[in-house]
Design a protein around this ligand. Structure first.
Ligand code: SF4
Ligand code: SF4
Length: 83
């Protein structure tokens, strides 16, 4: 399951450089996560790095992008060119 950024985002910029998959970018008003690139940090870290650093806790799981741990790992392999 990818994560999503809610409209509580205060555009503090700290999450973007923490993402190992470059899934986070500045959107029109707030930061956004590309669900095709977010692996919940599977393959890189034990915990989602963006959630760890967000000062306002506005990065929940995205219920519209459900994936198993195995699917997330397969996505990581494809993104990182290891598949
Ligand atoms: S959970 Fe990890 S891969 Fe997904 S957006 Fe956050 S930092 Fe990037
Ligand atoms: S860390 Fe949180 S508040 Fe800061 S830009 Fe990212 S989502 Fe927005």
């Amino acid at each position: 399951m990818s994560l999503m950024i809610t409209d509580e985002c205060i555009n503090c910029d700290v999450c973007e450089p923490e993402c190992p998959n470059n899934a986070i970018s500045q959107g029109e008003e707030i930061y956004q996560i590309d669900p095709n690139l977010c692996t919940q940090c599977v393959g890189h870290y034990d915990e989602p790095q963006c959630q760890q650093v967000c000062p306002v806790d506005c990065i929940p799981l995205d219920p519209d992008h459900q994936e198993s741990q195995d699917e997330l790992y397969q996505k990581y392999l494809v993104i990182s060119g290891k598949a």
